[in-house]
Design a protein around this ligand. Structure first.
Ligand SMILES: [Zn+2]
Length: 250
């Protein structure tokens, strides 16, 4: 089959859409008696959201998208950097401390803006090229091509063609779940979002359809990166509910 990154006809492997460390490292993963992991979560099939009581299977992967070289060499480099950042961020003391002290931001040195932004973009890209029904809603079109080119060629000139905004929602609920990407077309904007471990991660494919209120929070080339913490429980519930048009969090 043809790999969707290198376009070569090769044997394809089980490629994760959302890298495993993102939920393994953040207590979303609960192994059962047989050691099979489940994750608290919502499935999102063709836009229909459903809370899965018994949890999602650990590892939502697709065997129709990537060859081994592309997954475990090319993309791994971005994943490794993402892992380094999130491992630090998800350190329980750091998070707990930020919440207890009611800090407004999770603040850290972002040494490599390009690698981090590409890492986040690559998750949306994997969802976009995936054939799995959970991700059918994610169709990045032109941005899919742009992100592919960035991943492959490391062309830094393309990295600002789209925007990424991350929030940390302190609502005591979404920090325990994984929610697959949804598409949001509201407030004159258009973007895709998913939630993992309290992080609401958003990709705006078209910079002209950006939410102005979020302008100050985009990932940008700056050593100091600040992820806003929505400390207020009601506000964070409101943000999620207003995106998905149904009251998941009451
Ligand atoms: Zn390949």
């Amino acid at each position: 089959m043809t790999c969707k990154l290198c376009n070569k006809d090769k044997k394809l492997i089980k490629a994760h859409i959302i890298p495993e460390f993102l939920y393994r490292d953040i207590d979303l993963y609960i192994p059962d008696k047989k050691g099979q992991g489940r994750i608290h979560g919502y499935t999102n099939t063709n836009g229909y959201l459903k809370f899965i009581k018994k949890g999602l299977p650990a590892g939502i992967y697709d065997t129709t998208i990537l060859c081994k070289d592309c997954d475990s060499v090319t993309i791994k480099e971005y994943d490794d950097y993402g892992k380094k950042i999130f491992t630090d961020l998800l350190n329980k003391e750091t998070l707990q401390n930020a919440i207890e002290q009611k800090l407004q931001f999770l603040e850290f040195e972002l040494e490599d803006y390009f690698l981090f932004k590409t890492f986040i973009a690559s998750i949306f890209w994997r969802a976009s090229i995936s054939n799995r029904p959970e991700f059918s809603i994610v169709k990045l079109n032109e941005t899919e091509k742009t992100i592919k080119e960035i991943i492959e060629t490391r062309n830094q000139n393309l990295i600002d063609k789209f925007e990424i905004v991350i929030f940390f929602l302190n609502n005591g609920i979404s920090n325990q779940i994984l929610m697959n990407p949804i598409e949001v077309k509201k407030f004159n904007s258009h973007f895709f979002s998913f939630i993992v471990g309290g992080f609401l991660i958003n990709l705006f494919p078209d910079k002209n359809k950006f939410l102005d209120a979020w302008r100050g929070f985009v990932i940008k080339k700056d050593n100091l990166y600040r992820i806003p913490i929505i400390q207020d429980v009601e506000t964070s519930k409101y943000i999620i509910n207003s995106f998905i048009d149904s009251e998941i969090f009451k």
